[in-house]
Write a protein that binds this ligand. Structure first.
Ligand code: UN1
Length: 519
């Protein structure tokens, strides 16, 4: 097994100023077969190269799956409480390295330092929560319809699982997938987003140091097309868990469907905060500000729509605009910065493209709208927090996921209309209702079409002990986090033990025969 010190020596070579890092396969740090690399950049200053990483393709993926397959028999037979102990160690190591990892995250993808710490904390929480699952992994026991017969269902690992993760929660989201997969006895091939390969590498270092045996966790870096799809295509990979855009999710899920492979997708969102006429407006403004512009709007759960009752629209929008104008943009390592850069140039352009679309659609730009290019912003990917008013529910900016610091305000005349507009997109991840009326609150819990509902709180900030995921085009019916995460990574096995000593026929001996005949 490779220790952390060795891994650092193996993993780091020099290319110019930044270091070159490798894949981790079968307990060893190895280069991509092609020898090629790609770079990851600081979005606050694109001249700052975070590192170079292995540009992996199908051959590298094959080696990773070979290793995962080889490690599987011993790992699946390792008692779950022991598997869980290693996760506890990983949780502890993440705590020890929390600040270092958080700072790397800010540098690599731009979120502000407080949020980066929160991202690592989410993985720490997940490590301890899933470690607890190692002593549960609940099955079912049920009465048999026949005498002297025992009936139960147990969970078993699926096998080798592929984990494909995005850049917006570079430590938390991999932990939501890798930790339950491991505690349930699967082996893993992990491919992170290229934009956050460094963060992912730090997570892998933690797992290596925690003592997971060689081949149990394998790490390959590279693009979705050559590297990610090679994981999807390999018949030995029995399940895929992916978080990404609905477009990519559809491709992956389609292919997995053909291959009869389990796939769980966590995809786009067009989340909304509803603000009713009886809401506490300052509380709702606080929530909208955090929900829309936290992580520069780059959360699947971001509040990219705010639906406001017409009686409070002006008051709400004036307050939100004033608060938004006061947000400080900058490098997320500065403690007083509220909003960092967006992840890369192409995302910056796509966000600004939506601002142009909004203007053309006739929405009213209330604040923001620009890419910042002056002074400290010159070499980064900074977009002003942006609010559109007078938005109609069917406009593209109210229907499509922008994934940036842009939110839209929509006026409605009633509670019923608010629910209808909130539900009126193809997505269904997170919806929120601000009201003081308990009946309306319960009605909202019942009627909002989303995997997550908040009352008097914004659309972001899900906790790891409850299911996370969405309905409609947000996903394909699976949930991450909570005990439900275990469902993604286990197969049910139903077991019947007949200790009657004679042949008993289910459905026949109890129903096909009269009690007299039975005698
Ligand atoms: C995501 O945006 O993909 O609920 C994840 C939240 C975070 C996770 C967001 N705990 O906002």
């Amino acid at each position: 097994m490779t220790t952390k010190t060795e891994s650092r020596e193996h993993a780091h070579g020099k290319t110019g100023m930044a270091q070159t890092h490798m894949n981790y396969i079968d307990g060893r740090w190895v280069k991509a077969k092609s020898g090629e690399t790609f770079a990851s950049y600081n979005p606050a200053n694109l001249k700052d190269v975070i590192g170079h990483f292995a540009l992996s393709g199908p051959e590298d993926v094959k080696a990773a799956v070979d290793a995962a397959e080889k490690a599987l028999p011993a790992w699946r037979r390792t008692p779950a409480p022991f598997r869980a102990e290693l996760l506890s160690k990983a949780g502890h190591l993440l705590e020890t390295r929390k600040e270092e990892i958080a700072r790397t995250m800010v540098r690599e993808m731009g979120k502000v330092i407080k949020e980066a710490r929160g991202d690592v904390q989410e993985a720490i929480d997940m490590a301890y929560f899933m470690a607890g699952e190692g002593r549960r992994l609940m099955g079912q026991t049920v009465p048999s319809e026949l005498p002297n017969k025992f009936a139960m269902a147990i969970r078993q690992p699926i096998g080798v699982v592929g984990v494909i993760t995005p850049w917006n929660f570079p430590i938390a989201i991999p932990s939501w997938k890798i930790f339950p997969a491991l505690v349930a006895g699967n082996t893993v091939v992990f491919k992170p987003a290229t934009d956050t390969a460094m963060c992912a590498l730090l997570l892998v270092e933690v797992l290596v140091e925690a003592g997971f045996p060689p081949g149990v966790v394998n790490f390959v870096t590279g693009g979705g097309g050559k590297c990610g799809m090679a994981i999807v295509e390999d018949p030995r990979v029995r399940a895929i868990s992916i978080t990404g855009s609905t477009e990519v999710g559809r491709q992956v899920a389609g292919r997995c469907g053909e291959l009869m492979k389990r796939v769980s997708c966590e995809l786009g969102g067009k989340n909304a905060i509803c603000v009713m006429e009886d809401a506490e407006i300052d509380l709702a403004v606080d929530g909208a500000l955090w929900g829309a512009f936290g992580t520069a709007g780059q959360r699947c759960t971001a509040a990219s729509r705010v639906i406001i009752h017409k009686d409070r629209y002006k008051e709400f929008s004036d307050k939100l605009v004033a608060r938004t104008r006061a947000l400080k943009l900058g490098n997320g390592l500065d403690a007083d910065v509220d909003v960092g850069p967006v992840v890369n140039k192409s995302q910056l352009e796509s966000i600004n493209g939506y601002v142009e679309i909004g203007k053309k659609e006739g929405a009213k730009l209330l604040c923001g709208g620009n890419i910042l290019t002056d002074g400290d912003f010159a070499h980064g990917c900074f977009h002003e927090p942006t609010i559109f008013g007078d938005v109609k529910p069917n406009m593209r900016i109210a229907q499509e996921e922008i994934f940036g610091p842009v939110t839209v305000l929509i006026q409605v005349s009633s509670f019923e209309e608010a629910i209808e507009v909130a539900n009126g997109t193809q997505y269904g991840l997170s919806l929120s209702m601000y009201t003081q009326d308990v009946n309306r609150a319960f009605m909202a819990m019942q009627e909002l079409e989303s995997g997550i509902v908040y009352i008097n709180a914004p659309t972001i900030g899900a906790e790891i002990q409850l299911p996370f995921g969405g309905v409609k085009q947000t996903g394909n019916g699976h949930r991450e986090a909570g005990t439900t995460a275990i469902d993604q990574f286990t197969e049910w096995k139903a077991i019947y033990v007949d200790y009657s000593g004679r042949l008993q026929k289910a459905q026949i001996d109890t129903h096909g025969v009269s009690p007299a005949e039975k005698e």
